[in-house]
Design a protein around this ligand. Structure first.
Ligand SMILES: [Fe+2]
Ligand SMILES: [Fe+2]
Length: 190
């Protein structure tokens, strides 16, 4: 199953070297965190490999996979389409129905309140993989080994700071997740 998914991802992203390297980086990073936290390695392997499967799909492809409500809900935040779309495709095309895998793929963009360990590991690995350049991925990885909730907050803060610099309004769900992890980590020192 994992080989089949890996091959499908390699094939799908074969013309986008950067995305492919990023995906393999997320995979390696997520596996290390999964081992550290004694998670099911297969689940983490599948979710990490597949998380950006739909990243380069066209709006027509998204519309063919997502519901009209989903398209409308995230019209101002189309980055969400690739996560929702990949989550649907792994169910439909690869017969994967595991809730941890599906929800980790869905929530990899902004995270969400009350994430479980699978969701946190995929969310953080998206930032902590070694090919990231606009912050130090290794610092996030090291933090994730020590305190994954702090690492989650760090990733959210980085994205919000980036949006702020670009004068882009965050999504309400993104802010909810951020405030939740502010609360979870309150009183801790980094
Ligand atoms: Fe993504
Ligand atoms: Fe990614």
């Amino acid at each position: 199953m994992i080989e089949q998914i890996k091959n499908a991802v390699l094939n799908k992203l074969k013309n986008d070297e950067i995305r492919l390297n990023h995906t393999l980086g997320v995979y390696e990073t997520a596996l290390k965190l999964a081992k550290h936290y004694h998670l099911d390695i297969d689940k983490i392997a599948i979710a990490s490999l597949f998380h950006d499967y739909a990243k380069n799909d066209t709006i027509e492809q998204y519309k063919s996979v997502l519901t009209e409500d989903e398209i409308i809900n995230y019209e101002a935040f189309p980055v969400m389409y690739h996560a929702l779309s990949a989550a649907k495709q792994i169910e439909k095309d690869f017969n994967v129905h595991d809730e941890d895998i599906i929800s980790s793929i869905k929530s990899h963009i902004w995270g969400k309140p009350h994430m479980n360990m699978y969701e946190k590991v995929i969310f953080v690995s998206d930032y902590a993989e070694p090919n990231r350049i606009f912050f130090d991925p290794n610092q996030i990885f090291e933090l994730a080994l020590k305190d994954i909730d702090l690492a989650v907050l760090k990733c959210m803060s980085l994205t919000l700071a980036y949006l702020d610099r670009q004068n882009i309004e965050p999504n309400i769900e993104q802010l909810e997740a951020y405030h939740y992890y502010m609360e979870v980590n309150s009183g801790k020192t980094q």
